[in-house]
Ligand binder design. Structure first.
Ligand code: PAF
Length: 296
């Protein structure tokens, strides 16, 4: 598994109950690590072997839960270990990473997933499970699940094979486009997007544009659901700080290139104007642009 953030730890811990899971890290300073998942007042602890990316050892199944902008680099770092029939599952925010990987590794079997399971990191490899959610996994154009999926369906709560995974990915993209940049810009929790009328108005404008883009791109089902789905997630995660707000607050790179920028590339291709999303992208880029030190 590549990516030991909150979602990575949650799934690694669950999958460990039905078979081996190895943590792939840039550097391995120990042979194994303990992953702790707190939930319902208790904690589960599993020990997972660690392997440095540059080491040898064939990889036949790879789960990637890194930040979107790290997917390509992380998979390239283990490329020498991937078996010709390696099955790779990408699970995280954003879209466009699968296209990048397909360009680099056209022979590999790529699957995509999206989850609403909530988890946040308390310390390295120590996470709190904040809410049960649904996980959808699929491969564009593939109706039936591959054999490895039975382990996931046995292990991960509410995990289903989705023969139309693009719709689920697009709906999650829509949710991330409407919630993440706005919360990052205003430094607010998700719930404020509904509670503050001026922000609620902006969410509505963003959703109008996103629905038009989704419709023009051929996802009319998504277009119909955008407003309702975004409202549901804002209500259901009212107390959460979005991942982009957390990234901005910590001075980390954001996933905006794989969220709003991806959406705007599709909008340009389909000739759909999206001024509200474009303005937000510009403001997030300005907010996170590296500062030039006049003294340095
Ligand atoms: O990126 C996030 O924070 C989450 O995907 C979501 C659903 C917007 C909830 O905060």
């Amino acid at each position: 598994m590549l990516g030991a953030g909150a979602i990575g730890c949650l799934f690694a811990s669950a999958l460990r109950s039905t078979g081996p899971v190895t943590l792939l890290l840039r550097e391995a300073t120990a042979a194994a690590a303990e992953v702790v998942v707190e939930r319902d007042g208790g904690a589960s602890r599993v020990s997972l072997p660690i392997s440095a990316a540059a080491q040898d050892g064939a990889i036949s199944h790879l789960l990637v839960t890194t930040k979107a902008y790290d997917v390509r680099r992380a998979v390239s770092a283990v490329a020498h270990r991937l078996t010709p029939a390696c099955q790779i599952l990408l699970l995280g925010n954003g879209m466009g990473m699968a296209d990048e990987l397909r360009a680099d590794f056209p022979h590999l079997a790529l699957y995509c997933g999206t989850t609403t399971a909530g988890a946040y990191r308390i310390a390295p490899l120590h996470v709190r499970h904040a809410g049960r959610g649904a996980t959808r996994i699929g491969q564009p154009g593939r109706r039936l699940a591959p054999p490895w999926f039975s382990r996931w369906s046995r292990t991960v709560a509410d995990c289903t094979w989705d023969a139309q995974i693009e719709q689920a990915l697009w709906l999650k993209l829509a949710i991330n486009c409407a919630i993440n940049p706005l919360t990052a810009l205003h430094g607010c929790r998700n719930g404020e997007l509904a509670a503050r009328p001026e922000l609620a108005l902006q969410v509505a404008r963003l959703c109008d544009e996103i629905a038009a883009i989704a419709g023009a791109a051929g996802y009319s089902g998504v277009a119909r659901q955008v407003h309702g789905a975004v409202a549901d997630v804002i209500a259901g995660t009212a107390h959460n700080r979005s991942s982009m707000l957390q990234d901005v607050a910590a001075g980390r790179r954001t996933e905006i290139d794989y969220i709003s920028a991806y959406l705007l590339r599709v909008a340009a291709r389909c000739n759909v104007p999206a001024p509200a999303n474009a303005a937000l992208l510009r403001r997030i880029r300005a907010l996170t642009a590296p500062r030039i030190d006049p003294e340095g």
